[in-house]
Design a protein around this ligand. Structure first.
Ligand SMILES: Nc1ncnc2c1ncn2[C@@H]1O[C@H](COP(=O)(O)OP(=O)(O)OP(=O)(O)O)[C@@H](O)[C@H]1O
Ligand SMILES: [Mg+2]
Length: 490
């Protein structure tokens, strides 16, 4: 044990309470931090309650039930711990040993200070303190939950989560904005980035793959704002989406044919509508022997194939240099002998390169894009190319779009919070200057049930020979396509 404990139980001279270093290579998960991670103000609750298990999910059960006394005790013990422990040495330990070390010291402090606590409370306290010192503090119980899709922290006192499609306020609090900022800094330093007043916007990834965005003051007026898209360990499949009612079985069959016959696909939808999830599902139809290259801003896709190269963009450094854009990645891809190119999100001039790639032998490429309808997706693509500085006539751009994109799949988060695939639309061609698209399937809302859940159904539009028919036939999937389209009509 290396703690600098005093024999009397009162804390010895405190080590300097430095803010955490930007990156501490020796301490795998986040480096230990100083006393500013002390307990958040208490949520209202009569008395601490026992909940035995020390596991992370147990912390969730009690996180909103702690009393003022508990937080006072925690603050005292935390202060004594910080005064006692040697943070630099702690940083050298692996997380399990560091946890053990903290537990030993905290247990000792509890007995020296003669704090009266039940075993269960003591266990919670130990866990809480370990989270504050080694982990992401008040965020830890939320990160441990698998049912949360997003965590949204709007300054120290407002933490929202999205569960089952609904956004709700939690009782989780940070002690103050400094503690929150400290945690944001620790998160982004894990991927070698930093966030502070001079570079207040930062994208990062947690070690588990969750996507993180931080925007700090002075840009965020009410304190550091942290948004985490939680990584799903059990990645959703098209079967899951069918089970949830996001798509009908017949619709899923059509999507299967689209994937297997190497159509070029754009997935369109609003924020958080399920685009990346759907893209991931569609990649399941890629053969195992194909060379796939993915380009993303923060790697989220979880492809199962063995031959995948994952690329990630890079923001500029503090001097404004070293940026690698999505366009750089997509262009570089073309020199990497890809068979399929997957672009996490198309949002700028890379649209041009992706379309070119789709058009030149990399069929079966896919990407997502923010748009509220397939038609809007078409015009967004066009404006991305125009704004990218390509001096091409509108007609040429439209022809290029039509020649490249086969199908647009529209994802939507509808008003009851559930996600639905609301359209499968094919791009047919141009008539004069106009791009012609045709829906194969749409989602029709029929009403609400007594719980407020939207009732609706996926219906076929009666198209029996979509324009990718020949392509499906080439892959021997025409029969399957005909049957799936037929089933859509039932
Ligand atoms: N069909 C679905 N049913 C239930 N949950 C879903 C479905 N599709 C996606 N989700 C969940 O919704 C959340 C958002 O999904 P996803 O990341 O795919 O959205 P997105 O449109 O890519 O968001 P963004 O615009 O932020 O990139 C995730 O937690 C995901 O697991
Ligand atoms: Mg996404």
């Amino acid at each position: 044990m290396f703690g600098k404990r005093s024999d009397t139980g009162t804390a010895v001279a405190a080590p300097p309470r430095a803010e955490p270093a930007a990156a501490r290579p020796a301490a795998p998960p986040p480096p230990p931090i100083s006393s500013d991670t002390v307990a958040p103000p208490p949520p209202p609750r009569p008395a601490p309650q026992a909940a035995p298990a020390p596991s992370k999910p147990a912390a969730r059960a009690i996180s909103d039930q702690r009393s003022e006394d508990y937080y006072q005790i925690k603050t005292t013990i935390f202060g004594a711990l910080i005064d006692t422990i040697d943070l630099a040495q702690l940083a050298q330990l692996d997380p399990d040993s560091a946890r053990e070390e903290i537990r030993d010291i905290v247990n000792e402090i509890i007995s020296i200070k003669a704090v009266v606590m039940s075993i269960a409370e003591q266990e919670h306290l130990l866990q809480d303190i370990c989270n504050d010192v080694l982990g992401y503090g008040p965020l830890e119980p939320l990160l441990a939950r698998d049912d949360i899709a997003d965590i949204m922290v709007n300054g120290a006192n407002r933490v929202f989560i999205e569960v089952a499609g609904k956004v709700q306020l939690t009782p989780i609090r940070f002690r103050d904005n400094a503690q929150l900022m400290n945690i944001c800094q620790r998160i982004v330093s894990q991927v070698g980035r930093r966030v502070d007043e001079s570079s207040p916007i930062c994208d990062a990834r947690l070690l588990d793959g969750s996507r993180v965005n931080v925007i700090a003051p002075p840009l965020a007026l009410d304190g550091p704002t942290l948004t985490i898209r939680k990584f799903r360990r059990d990645k959703l499949t098209l079967e899951d989406l069918t089970r949830f009612g996001s798509i009908s079985p017949a619709g899923a069959r059509v999507l299967g044919v689209i994937g297997r016959s190497r159509c070029n696909v754009l997935i369109s939808g609003g924020t958080g509508s399920g685009k990346t999830t759907l893209l991931n599902c569609m990649t399941a139809y890629i053969d195992v022997d194909e060379r796939i290259i993915t380009c993303e801003d923060a790697a989220e896709l979880q492809l199962q194939q063995p031959h995948v190269v994952r690329l990630e963009t890079r923001p500029p450094n503090l001097e404004g240099q070293g940026q690698i854009t999505m366009r750089d990645l997509v262009r570089n891809c073309l020199r990497m002998r890809p068979e399929r190119i997957i672009v996490g999100e198309v949002r700028g001039p890379e649209a041009f390169d992706l379309l070119q790639a789709m058009n030149t032998g990399h069929d079966g490429s896919m990407g997502t894009l923010h748009a509220n309808s397939p038609r809007e997706a078409m015009s967004r693509l066009e404006s991305m190319i125009t704004m990218g500085g390509f001096a091409l006539p509108t007609k040429t751009i439209r022809e290029m779009v039509v020649a490249s994109i086969d199908v647009i799949i529209q994802a939507e988060r509808i008003r009851d919070g559930s996600r639905r695939i609301t359209k499968i639309t094919e791009v047919v061609g141009t008539e004069g200057d106009v791009v012609i698209t045709q829906d194969l399937m749409t989602y029709e809302i029929e009403g609400e049930d007594e719980t407020g859940r939207i009732k609706g159904k996926h219906v076929g539009t009666g198209i029996v020979r979509p324009s990718f028919w020949e392509r499906a036939r080439y892959y021997n999937l025409d029969r399957e396509l005909a049957e799936a389209l037929d089933a859509l009509q039932q």
